[in-house]
Design a protein around this ligand. Sequence first.
Ligand code: PHE
Length: 348
Amino acid sequence: MSIPQKEKERIENLFEQIKSSFNQAENEKKLYDFKVKFLGKKSPLSIARKKIKDYPIEKRPAWGEFFNKIFEDLDHFYLKKQKELSQKSLDQKIEKEAMDLSLPGPYCIAGAKHPITRVIESIIKIFTPLGYSIQTGPYVESDWYNFSALNFPPFHPSRDLQDTFYIGENHVLRTHTSPVQIRTLQSQKAPLAVLAPGAVFRADSDVSHSPMFHQIEGLYVNKKVSLAELKGTLSYFLKHLFQSSKMKVRFRPSFFPFTEPSAEYDISCPFCFKGCSVCKKSTWIEIGGCGLVHPEVFRFVDWDSTKWQGFAFGLGIERLAILLFNIPDIRLFFENDIRFLNQFSSLG
Ligand code: PHE
């Protein structure tokens, strides 16, 4: 072996230094930087190896072997260290991202049904066992569905611009759910019983009026239908809605172009039964309009009014919600104030 002892020791020192640098690398990036620095083309070790070619030819194999062993060992050491560091960083990552499954989950605010939806659903629940199905209609109605087919004379005050939102000349935002009566008579056969809940629109806004509010329309058609059946149905419904057997319903004669006879119906005040500020000391609260289907309405949709009779009723959902939940201002329903809406979330 003809490697000078001094040079051999220098390289071996270098080898130990490199190994200890690799050992000190705290992560894979540092380790790689050390590799480039100590084993790269311009590193002292590589430069020393390159010098082999200047040595006498008979000395070169021994030097070659020596360097190969050094590089091989360092390579080996590097890979071992790299594996170690990569495992370490994986362990750290796992530890950092570990979930403590015993901790409570993130707080999640559950949404709740709007009070108007709740009232609509309660009403549907009462009528469904009586055989009523749900019918809907569009918000934008033609003048014919909203007025003419419901027997409104051409110059009836309800057509007045003050109440009705007109869309062009022949269309309106429906002012009530009664046009669904017409659509039902056009699409179904008697006997029939439908409920039509939905939004309606009128140009009116104050504490007790909103330009958009909700109604439910009821329509029942059969061979023989009486006012007594209408009253019985409404009284059954309202007793169940207010969960009070004491609840009374009274009819007051009224006028609607599409019913004859027509009535407005009131319920006994659910708050007092003897006169309070809600019922303005009258003990009665107005709920909606109703009556027997006008023969002219049957005629408009080509039904034989000598063969069929019907009753219809309408009611304002907000009005009922105000009574059921004791709410002072109709506008609260549409402001989407979370403090107001949250008060209904516990109702299930
Ligand atoms: N559509 C009427 C209104 O909005 C209510 C009503 C419905 C009256 C059905 C009679 C029959 O005031």
